[in-house]
Design a protein around this ligand. Sequence first.
Ligand SMILES: CC(C)(COP(=O)(O)OP(=O)(O)OC[C@H]1O[C@@H](n2cnc3c(N)ncnc32)[C@H](O)[C@@H]1OP(=O)(O)O)[C@@H](O)C(=O)NCCC(=O)NCCS
Length: 163
Amino acid sequence: MELASTVLDLANSEDAATIARLSRDEIERGLDWRWRPPAIRRLIASPEVAVLCARCRVVSSAKTVEFLGGFGVMEFGLDRAHLVLLAVEPGLRRRGLARRMLRWLEKSALAAGIAEIDLEVRADNTGARQFYLVEGFNRGEYLPGYYQGRLAAYRMNKKLGLT
Ligand SMILES: CC(C)(COP(=O)(O)OP(=O)(O)OC[C@H]1O[C@@H](n2cnc3c(N)ncnc32)[C@H](O)[C@@H]1OP(=O)(O)O)[C@@H](O)C(=O)NCCC(=O)NCCS
């Protein structure tokens, strides 16, 4: 896919269906679908949560197509932030989109006075675990049955401002 541009932008409620679909297909595969459109709309409306979208534009001789190519969700606490969800459409991977979204969310956390981010990632998701390691996260606790009692996870965390 030839990308003309990608702009990062906060989600609005019209993005909820696409985000929910991406979550179901790319993050929750093999599990019950938890992040359905109403749950995503609640995240978008929450003042403690940033739902970030990568709005992509593809130009061909015939037309310009705009679509949501990825998203990231971060929940801001008092002194730490939690990366809840992050995904990029399969055809758009390894172009730095997830890195751009993560850096945007990290900057927002730093601006809010937050010095640490944590997340859970499926133990069987070697690609995502490698992405987080490259992005400076440490591998933490192993959590058997973390996802719906069926799939294990690793907790990972990163101290901000150290790189
Ligand atoms: C994990 C994910 C978000 C990465 O998105 P991406 O846009 O492809 O990542 P980037 O292009 O920003 O990758 C930056 C670097 O991370 C590393 N990386 C990313 N994906 C990787 C993979 N599958 N295997 C190994 N390293 C990987 C690489 O070092 C990469 O740099 P490079 O391409 O120059 O080698 C994407 O694969 C995805 O959506 N997966 C399904 C959903 C998911 O697992 N989400 C995370 C858990 S919630």
